[in-house]
Design a protein around this ligand. Structure first.
Ligand SMILES: Nc1ncnc2c1ncn2[C@@H]1O[C@H](COP(=O)(O)OP(=O)(O)OP(=O)(O)O)[C@@H](O)[C@H]1O
Ligand SMILES: [Mg+2]
Length: 238
């Protein structure tokens, strides 16, 4: 299995008739284990739609997705939810932690979802928070954390199931440059340490220094698929 996630000729349209929107018009992309890619493009270019299809949330209108070599949208799958729980981690712009649970409890909740409870869950949650350098905030509620700390907890939560891919939709948009960069560096560390394929939607070109390549969308089409290994002279500035 060369790629953690691979998509071929993805198309997605919303609505019918004159309200029909073609959000994706034939996207093919692939990311290896341990690679960190940025998805860039103007508002409305299809970034979130692509992420939701790769994350097994939205079915494409056409095309194929292989997750760890397994064909996902073949019409026969009835266990997409289970597959998503086991293999995909999500991170959102505003961290989306549960406000009345502490940092540690937010991570514990994700562990419960995959059937890990009790002392084992406890030590795994603390291990993840330590890895993301927020263990000393384990007992804080989200409102008692800084934006950067919240995103670290969100990354810890996304790692709970030891996913094959992590999909992050503008995780640095609400942070200043320094905190944004530190979140990107952590994602880079995660991808290298854990061999996770990570796709991060970002509008911020300063984050490009941390990634292995850029996938650029324009009006539902892919106009760039930079890859440090396949195209040494790719246009991602590295
Ligand atoms: N559920 C939906 N129903 C109808 N149209 C949708 C839906 N979701 C997205 N779209 C449309 O599909 C296109 C792509 O949207 P998408 O959210 O993927 O863009 P994006 O690149 O993430 O934009 P942004 O940077 O603003 O988040 C847009 O024209 C949008 O209006
Ligand atoms: Mg979006």
């Amino acid at each position: 299995m060369e790629y953690a996630i691979e998509a071929t000729d993805l198309a997605k349209s919303y609505g019918e008739g004159h309200t029909r929107v073609e959000a994706l018009k034939g996207i093919s992309m692939a990311v290896r284990p341990g690679e960190l890619f940025a998805i860039m493009g103007a508002s409305g270019s299809g970034k979130t739609t692509l992420l939701m299809i790769l994350g097994l949330v939205t079915e494409p209108t056409e095309g194929r997705v292989l997750l760890e070599g397994e064909n996902i949208y073949n019409g026969k799958r009835f266990d997409l939810q289970r597959l998503r729980r086991e293999k995909v981690g999500f991170i959102f712009q505003f961290a989306n932690l549960i406000p009345f649970l502490t940092a540690k409890e937010n991570v514990l909740l994700s562990l419960e979802l995959i059937g890990i409870f009790g002392r084992q869950a406890d030590s795994r949650a603390m291990e993840l928070l330590e890895y993301l350098e927020v263990a000393d905030r384990a007992g804080n509620l989200p409102e008692q954390l800084s934006g950067g700390e919240r995103q670290r907890v969100a990354i810890a939560r996304a790692l709970a199931n030891n996913p094959a891919i992590i999909l992050a939709d503008e995780p640095t948009a609400a942070l200043d440059t320094e905190r944004g960069l530190s979140v990107m560096r952590l994602l880079r560390k995660v991808s290298k340490d854990q061999g996770t394929a990570i796709l991060v939607v970002t509008h911020d070109t300063r984050m490009i220094s941390e990634v292995d390549g850029v996938i650029r969308l324009m009006d539902g089409r892919m106009v760039e698929h930079g890859d440090s290994k396949r195209q040494p002279q790719s246009q991602n500035g590295r």
